[in-house]
Design a protein around this ligand. Structure first.
Ligand code: M6R
Length: 623
């Protein structure tokens, strides 16, 4: 395998205005470091020249470099923070990449699939390429096209037409010092418009401290930023319509706000996030008003199957949604990992409703799954947390979660709000199809409206969970068991622990224990058990109590999550974590929270990076 470094999930910032470009770009990169953190770099235009700095490792390395070797002052600049899939990060592979004359600088997110051919052509024409990246070819091609056109936007359009793959590109040229140019194909890029200044970034978080006025960029579009405005065209040069929107959260939402980690802050924000996601979706009579779901009630009445596609934590939300959708609407519901979906030729048609769940709205596996579904004539409803991102833009309808920016790589508040959105969709389907009475829907909504307070109560009682986590820091394995909706919760608990504590953690359906996993139980292995409410289907509760006894008899250390008042579990719980009583289907909203806290504390106790776990990126924009 080649040692070539592929820049896959990166953060990009561009700026032109009257402030120090370096300050604006570096602050923006810090906000985007969650997208990639194996190297960083900046380029600034100054006095007719171009100066760049780049460094392997976290941004702090780049900051040190800039102190030791300061760049000249300038008001136009670009920057990049990078995440790569294989090979060692080096200064040479870090972005920006420059042409041989050092006049053009480019940063890139994505993959240029035909880079080898382009590189060979450039070499033949005498260009010297100094890195192992695909990005560098773009700098050289831009330099060539600019020398012919003297127009950076036109040069970018000409280059983009020759590129294959998925890419966001942002470039500056020393001979056009008042312009930053960006291009987008299958990779995120948003524009911020301020007074006498403009911004480009992979995520609005990078410029939200300066402006909340944003512009969406469509597929295959090039944007030219100047101090007095932005111009958007297609790769073919035709002017494009500009869609502006207002970002409804502010800079403080993207700060740590006194917490040690974004993850802790985001866990603490869950009561508000849950409440916000319900906001405006229930009319005074208690009925659901999901006006933003642009699929008409008559179309929803025609649906004969729901298919949910998602990845990771969002997939777990989808697994839970299946229980609610089938129970409340009696429509068959499948849940599938987005990365597997299109490869098995799923049976879809115009009567299938596909729900794509994604916090970032940029996950490539989910995007490809929804494109496949639309090609088969199915309607796609996105459940997404990121306004204007690709997944909602390419869907027929969207229900936004209102979690606010989620920065920590480990998803927490996004998960809870995805669950709320899924419950709302399930109830809405029940409402329009008449499978649930109005008063039944109102009863569930009432329960949902109380959940925010219940989550708050869970958060107030987390100290024993943290203390327990610290005592388990030297364990190798933690297992998680659940039944019914507790099963995806167990999977989610295990995923959190894997990604944050780097421990062997597995989630099982408790009924599956005797079919194999029980062989993993040995003396003092911690096993977290999510116990269903005894007030729900008692058979579920009784069966899991038996499962706890089985594992305890084999030496497991049982960590039992059970609702207040459930006394049946007490004799078998080495550690008991109480959660408020909720209706069975809503229990994941409270049962997941201790598992998030548990994983976060264990990661801290093991000295791991909580917000930026190794090998991971927040937004996975390749398949
Ligand atoms: O942005 P998305 O919701 O589409 O992301 C999907 C997964 O990559 C994500 O949930 C991932 O599993 C989280 N890091 C888990 O905490």
């Amino acid at each position: 395998m080649s040692a070539r470094r592929l820049p896959l999930m990166c953060g990009i910032v561009g700026y032109v205005g009257s402030q120090s470009a370096l300050d604006v770009v570096m602050a923006g990169l810090k906000r985007l470091e969650y997208r990639g953190y194996d190297s960083g770099g900046v380029a600034v235009l100054s006095d007719g020249g171009l100066a760049a700095a780049k460094k392997a490792g976290k941004l702090v390395n780049l900051e040190k470099e800039l102190v030791e070797r300061p760049l000249p002052a300038g008001t136009t600049g670009i920057g990049h923070t990078r995440w790569a899939t294989h090979g060692g990060p080096t200064d040479a592979n870090a972005h920006p990449h420059l042409d041989n004359a050092g006049r053009v600088a480019v940063v890139h997110n994505g993959i240029i699939e035909n880079f080898a051919v382009l590189r060979a052509e450039l070499a033949e024409r005498g260009h010297e390429l100094n890195s192992e990246t695909d990005t560098e070819v773009v700098a050289h091609l831009l330099a060539e096209e600019f020398s012919a056109t003297a127009d950076l936007a036109e040069a970018m359009r000409l280059v983009c037409r020759r590129l294959e793959g998925a890419f966001t590109l942002v470039a500056v040229h020393a001979d056009d010092p008042d312009v930053v140019v960006g291009a987008r194909r299958n990779s995120p890029l948003v524009v911020g418009v301020g007074e006498g200044e403009a911004f480009l970034a992979s995520d609005v978080a990078a410029f939200i401290a300066h402006t909340r006025s944003a512009v969406e960029l469509g597929q295959d579009q090039v944007v030219e930023l100047r101090r007095d405005g932005v111009t958007v065209t297609g790769f073919d040069g035709r002017p494009a319509e500009v869609h502006s929107y207002h970002v409804d959260w502010d800079a403080s939402a993207a700060e740590k706000g006194g917490y040690d980690y974004f993850m802790l802050k985001e866990i603490a924000e869950q009561p508000k996030a849950v409440a916000d996601t319900l906001l405006g979706r229930i009319d005074p009579s208690g009925s659901l008003t999901l006006d933003e779901v642009r699929i008409s009630p008559s179309e929803l009445r025609e649906i004969d199957k729901v298919v949910i596609v998602a990845c990771g934590t969002a997939f777990h939300a989808g697994m839970i949604a299946k229980y609610a959708i089938e129970h409340w609407t009696r429509i068959p519901c499948e849940v599938e990992l987005a990365s597997e979906f299109r490869y098995r030729d799923p049976i879809l048609d115009g009567r299938s409703l596909v729900i794509a769940i994604s916090q970032s709205g940029e996950t490539m596996d989910t995007l490809m799954a929804l494109r496949h579904a639309r090609e088969q004539g199915s309607k796609v409803l996105a459940i997404c947390n990121t306004n204007g991102s690709t997944i909602p833009r390419e869907s027929d309808a969207v229900l936004y979660t209102h979690a606010g920016p989620e920065v920590a790589v480990a998803s927490t508040k996004a998960f809870l709000t995805q669950l709320v959105a899924c419950y709302l969709v399930a109830l809405y389907l029940g409402q329009v199809r008449g499978t649930k009475w109005g008063d039944e829907i109102q009863a569930v909504i009432k329960d949902l409206s109380r959940i925010s307070e219940e989550v708050e109560r869970v958060l107030e009682t987390m100290e024993p969970v943290r203390a327990l986590a610290r005592t388990l820091a030297d364990k190798d394995t933690v297992l998680f068991l659940g039944r019914h909706v507790g099963y995806p919760v167990a999977l989610e608990g295990a995923l959190k622990l894997k990604e944050l504590a780097y421990m062997h953690a597995e989630g099982f359906a408790a009924g599956e224990l005797k079919h194999g996993p029980i062989a993993l139980i040995e003396e003092d292995v911690p096993v977290v058990v999510v116990v269903p409410s005894p007030r729900g289907r008692s058979v579920l509760h009784d069966k899991i109590v038996s499962n706890i006894q089985e594992i305890r008899a084999r030496g497991a250390r049982t960590i039992v999550i059970a609702e207040e008042g459930d006394e049946a579990v007490v004799p078998y719980a080495d550690h008991l974590i109480r959660i408020p009583a909720t209706p069975t289907l809503l229990q994941p909203l409270v049962a997941t929270v201790p598992l998030q806290v548990f994983a976060c504390e264990l990661a801290t106790a093991r000295g791991n990076e909580v917000d930026q776990p190794r090998n991971l990126a927040k937004s996975v924009t390749v398949e």
